[in-house]
Design a protein around this ligand. Sequence first.
Ligand code: NAD
Length: 287
Amino acid sequence: MAIERAGVVGSGLMGSGIAEVLARAGLDVVVRDISEEAIASGRTSIEKSLEKGVQRGKLSAEDRDAALARLHFTVDMADFADRQLVIEAASENEDVKKAIFAELDTVVTAKDAILASNTSSMPIIRFAQATGRPDRVLGIHFFNPAPVQPLVELVVSELTDPAVVDAMDSFATDVLGKVTIRASDRPGFVVNALLIPFLFSAIRMVEAGHATKEDVDLGMVNGCAHPMGPIALADRVGLDTCLFVGQSIYEETGDPAAKPPVLLSRMVDAGLLGVKTGRGFYDYSAT
Ligand SMILES: NC(=O)c1ccc[n+]([C@@H]2O[C@H](COP(=O)([O-])OP(=O)(O)OC[C@H]3O[C@@H](n4cnc5c(N)ncnc54)[C@H](O)[C@@H]3O)[C@@H](O)[C@H]2O)c1
């Protein structure tokens, strides 16, 4: 089945990025959020991102206009009725996501349509079980910013039909131009299961006074050819996101490496979330 009509639930950071990827790949895309304000903000961020693409010579003005024309914004879930693929990228809240999947199950008419979640930390099977078609549900985990980061993790639940995974693999690589990896439905999938303990080790090193944050970052950039150090990367990911993903890995696995450092929790309590709030481990207020 050639996928031509897609839907995205949520027009926040990830939803708008995913919608842009789909529209640029030539799909007709319905984007749903819960308020006109959220939709307006999602539309603006897609417009800005496309404009940036034009300025950097990555796409033509005609392609930008064509991508925008393929995007339709709505607050109505019923507008997903004729979709062949819907990717849920709503807020990281299990009850919200379960309710969305239950509603998608009743609204999306084609029984072979694929329902996917972009969750970073929640078991896909719980959303699959909220539908009457758990075999058609999988995780499609994009990375921020979705139009730039090549990777997509395909998360396979205990009940996902292997043919659905194969179809999404071909779609993500051939149509969206992404690099895919497959992961089982386990906390952190592949990337966060490796990344979060690494970031936490770096934060613990700073917390213990073993090295400064600048030296930890310089060490990994200049000693291991990382494009940025782990402390700067944690700021970029968002310290609240790091905390949340770490907590969910730790709760399920008990892996002490995924236990959030106290310093991280306190910084999140203080609202110091990294780049997005202008201050985390580093100060971004001047940038
Ligand atoms: N931020 C990241 O770096 C990142 C990376 C990969 C995956 N994710 C995952 O992507 C998802 C979205 O994260 P985000 O960073 O874009 O969050 P965000 O807060 O920027 O956006 C979430 C959006 O969902 C909307 N929403 C809430 N309930 C909704 C509903 N019932 N229907 C439609 N829209 C609804 C909100 O209004 C908001 O606009 C989460 O599951 C997160 O774990 C995030």
